[in-house]
Ligand binder design. Sequence first.
Ligand code: FPP
Length: 252
Amino acid sequence: MPRIERDIAQLKAEVAQRPLPRHVGIIMDGNGRWAEQRGLPRLEGHRRGSDSVREVTRAARRLGLSALTLYAFSSQNWERPPDEVAGLMDLLRDYLHRERPEIMENGIRLHAIGELDRLPPRVRDPLEALRRDSATHTDMTLTLALSYGGREEIIAMARRIAADRIDPDSIDARAIEDRLWTEGLPPLELVVRTSGEFRVSNFLLWQLAYAEIHFTETLWPDFGELDLLLAIEDFQKRERRFGKTSAQIRTA
Ligand code: FPP
């Protein structure tokens, strides 16, 4: 579907009047294709993708979203060619240094989920420092999913359940959510996937249960404020039924 050109200010005003999704997750895809279409190295696509991260984070905070989770590097991405992995780690390091002032000055809490001990020190150290220093911020939680996999998260949760020696009869959704890496974050209500792919690719598998999914053809380096607003507008038009009938929802 072609991207609809809309007036951003008007769309923002309309979207802001209606309830916002409490937690938006984004599968940022298409950096490689964006670069290849321009005869550029794939890493240039990732670099432009990190500019989109800045623009979308700013737009989300100004709009008043309380939680934004970005899928920046999957557990499976370690299998990419070593120079691409190293380049992505350099970009993450640069991002953490460059964005630190904006995060600290704008009340953003930086959080991270994933197998963080697999990250090299040049990423893990500034990540941990920013996480610690922004821990009391309350305007918006920006979560980076890094070395993240939904299945890996579920395995880690199951191990914690076993280690905590929980009585099997008392294992409920709450017991599971308290042991997922997303513990404490608001329920995921909208997931956006860019680049025209229709997959969830191991992203927040448990949390996706009742999320709305918005797919867009836009490649991540071209994704900006307008695209975020269009995704939220799409969410706001959906009827969320949670297994009930349309009539029940209308009556409630
Ligand atoms: C998928 O595109 C994207 C990634 C694997 C990495 C996402 C990374 C960034 C947006 C930049 C760094 C992140 C931060 C938070 C600064 P792809 O390479 O799979 O694209 P393709 O499917 O077109 O090849």
